[in-house]
Unconditional design. Structure first.
Length: 74
């Protein structure tokens, strides 16, 4: 087996970055849902409930910060 410079331990060269392109059709059902929901209202309701449950949604207080922008869409 022949080793290349990319797999040689201690190699200083940086691998080339590759561009990845993903196409999602405008009519995809999940995109329809994304456009139909009122995300600001959902976020306000979820933050209210999470705050009442003791989640650190504000970045102050005990525990790790609860990433609201990640969890609301999930």
């Amino acid at each position: 087996m022949r080793a290349t410079s990319d797999s040689t331990p201690g190699a200083t060269s940086v691998p080339e970055r590759q561009l990845v392109s993903i196409y999602v059709d405008w009519n995809h059902p999940l995109l329809h849902l994304k456009r139909a929901l009122e995300w600001e209202a959902l976020t306000q309701v979820m933050v209210k409930h999470w705050r009442a449950a003791g989640k650190n949604v504000d970045g102050v207080g005990p525990g790790q910060l609860w990433p609201v922008s990640l969890y609301v869409p999930l």
